[in-house]
Ligand binder design. Structure first.
Ligand SMILES: Cc1cc2nc3c(=O)[nH]c(=O)nc-3n(C[C@H](O)[C@H](O)[C@H](O)COP(=O)(O)OP(=O)(O)OC[C@H]3O[C@@H](n4cnc5c(N)ncnc54)[C@H](O)[C@@H]3O)c2cc1C
Length: 402
């Protein structure tokens, strides 16, 4: 099971396959027993409490278990994002190197032709599948920021665009964690670490990562800027062009979905609610693709906040995943301004039911309409979100997992 289908059946199969004991033994290895639940969690097809409950129906997973701990990381990043807001998109603290990091990813990295096998294979896998093992994400981020001196934000935006689970909180703060703008020290890795956790073709002896940890740490904090890898300069590795990213849904992904402007969208909602005898409208947005919970509204309308997608475009694969989950569930889809669209529904006498979201644009839209006749559903959490900001995972975990 390698692909990701946005269906309840595929999600159930993934949950059934979770093996917590094997996870605890092998999660750091690229072929380890990780769950691959992340695209479903990011897009609200699954929540952390549901995931843990489903797994605990068959396995003993106390709060001290490695798997619970990793779900805790997801909730921590959400906690930090709630407190820092768009502050997660800029350096939380100064980087370890005072020089000027590049603002764009070089072509040899984007095309997977640096000549460093661990980087090239990871980049190609991300582009080909929309998913990457946590360790591979860390290796790529470390190489980009510390060895190639590219600002973490350029790498984070690129990875976010291609990941099916792309989540600004987890992604951008993880990049900052690697970059040491959100952690105490730069994360560096050596060729031995790759040899221990990755298959043979990923091993990278004799490349820029084949140095001592002392040397790698010194490079992360200062000179030298290594520049492109020799193999890339000599053109010894052929590259693969990265997939395009799209600010609007590609036509293929929209197949079978009806789209409309704001006026048509509101008119459709009014008509459907009148027919159903229920003024409530479920707003199905990209972070709210899950099934019914409790007394669900009869009418479901799809909504995209277009300015977010212009700022953070997605790969066609990500669009296909998200719109695939909407297909068959919604009356019509509207791509416009979330705040205006929600206001227009309330003005028309309807009651939007919308799941909370922290992404830029949605967060402001939901805050703005919260005081109107709108039902805002919190994202379910396994551990109650502390009111006071915990600036590190350790502090957060000490509070929530007591
Ligand atoms: C540079 C970088 C970028 C990342 N970008 C994202 C992202 O955009 N979206 C995202 O969901 N995760 C991101 N992560 C965290 C982590 O890599 C993925 O959540 C994990 O690899 C997903 O695979 P899985 O579902 O098999 O995880 P598992 O190991 O099976 O863990 C189960 C669940 O726990 C959560 N989880 C596990 N590890 C982490 C972690 N380190 N941080 C936060 N949550 C975690 C995820 O929700 C995951 O689905 C990033 C990590 C790094 C280092």
């Amino acid at each position: 099971m390698t692909g990701f289908e946005p269906t309840p059946e595929a999600l159930l199969a993934r949950l059934d396959a979770v093996d917590p004991a094997a996870y605890a033994r092998s999660r750091n290895a690229l072929d380890g027993a990780v769950t691959r639940l992340s695209p479903y969690l990011t897009h609200g097809l699954l929540d952390v409490p549901d995931a843990l409950a489903a797994i605990r129906a068959h396995h003993h997973v106390p709060v001290s278990h490695k798997l619970a701990f990793e779900f805790g990381w997801r909730e921590f990043f959400r906690h930090a994002w709630r407190h820092l807001g768009d502050g997660i998109l800029v350096d939380v603290k100064p980087p370890p190197w005072p020089g000027a990091y590049a603002s764009a990813l070089p072509a040899d990295i984007l095309e997977g032709r640096t000549g460093v096998p661990v980087i090239d294979l990871a980049v190609r896998e991300l582009h080909a599948t929309g998913w990457l093992h946590n360790h591979a994400r860390m290796w790529v981020a470390s190489y980009v920021v510390h060895l190639r001196k590219v600002h973490w934000r350029a790498g984070a935006d690129w990875m976010h665009a291609h990941l099916l689970d792309g989540d600004l909180g987890a992604n951008h703060l993880s990049w900052q964690w690697v970059a040491a703008t959100y952690s105490a020290k730069p994360y560096v890795f050596d060729a031995g670490n790759v040899a221990r956790y990755a298959p043979r073709d990923w091993h990278s002896p004799g490349t820029a990562v084949d140095r001592s940890y002392e040397a790698l740490d010194a490079i992360a904090r200062g000179e030298p800027d290594l520049g492109p890898e020799p193999a890339a300069v000599r053109g010894e590795v052929s590259g693969v062009m990265p997939p395009a990213v799209h600010a609007e849904p590609p036509a293929d992904a929209l197949a079978g979905l009806r789209t409309t402007d704001e006026a048509g969208w509101v008119a459709q909602a009014v008509a459907a609610c009148a027919a159903a005898g229920d003024a409530r409208v479920r707003i199905v947005h990209p972070w709210s693709l899950g099934g019914a919970r409790g007394r669900e509204p009869a009418v479901r309308m799809g909504l995209l906040h277009a300015p977010y997608h212009s700022r953070f475009p997605w790969s066609a694969r990500r669009w296909a995943f998200v719109l695939g989950a909407m297909r068959g569930r919604i009356e019509v889809l509207h791509a416009g301004d979330a705040r205006r669209a929600l206001d227009a529904l309330v003005d028309a006498g309807l009651v939007p039911v919308v799941r909370d979201a922290l992404v830029p644009g949605w967060r402001e839209a939901i805050e703005a309409v919260r005081r109107r006749a709108v039902v805002v559903e919190p994202v379910p959490r396994e551990w109650a979100d502390p009111d006071r900001y915990c600036a590190s995972f350790t502090r957060f975990w000490n509070v929530v997992a007591r």
